[in-house]
Design a protein around this ligand. Structure first.
Ligand SMILES: [Zn+2]
Length: 95
């Protein structure tokens, strides 16, 4: 006799994070949020506004994000911000 049993076979699709693309030039990150192309290098850029409002019965959040590659960050965003009077805060570390 051939006995049968019921099994649950999960098959589904979902969106998972893959990589970033630069909102200016279209360059793609290296498979995650790291824009660096070489081993042992790490380059993350963040241009984001996060706004949160809390109410007695809940709240509201709004995030505005630009994904900008390091090249456009340095060659386009920084010079433009400097024309607006802003100066970057630069910190460095060695280990
Ligand atoms: Zn770019």
């Amino acid at each position: 006799m051939k006995h049968m049993k019921t099994v649950l076979i999960l098959e589904h699709e979902e969106q998972v994070f893959d990589k970033l693309s630069c909102d200016i030039c279209g360059a793609e990150s290296n498979g995650d949020e790291n824009w660096a192309n070489k081993d042992f290098e790490h380059a993350i850029s963040t241009v984001q506004l996060e706004e949160r409002v809390s109410y007695p019965d809940g709240g509201h959040a709004k995030d505005i994000t630009f994904n900008i590659c390091p090249s456009c960050f340095k060659s386009k965003l920084v010079p433009w911000l400097q024309t607006q009077g802003a100066q970057p805060t630069i910190s460095e570390a060695d280990w």
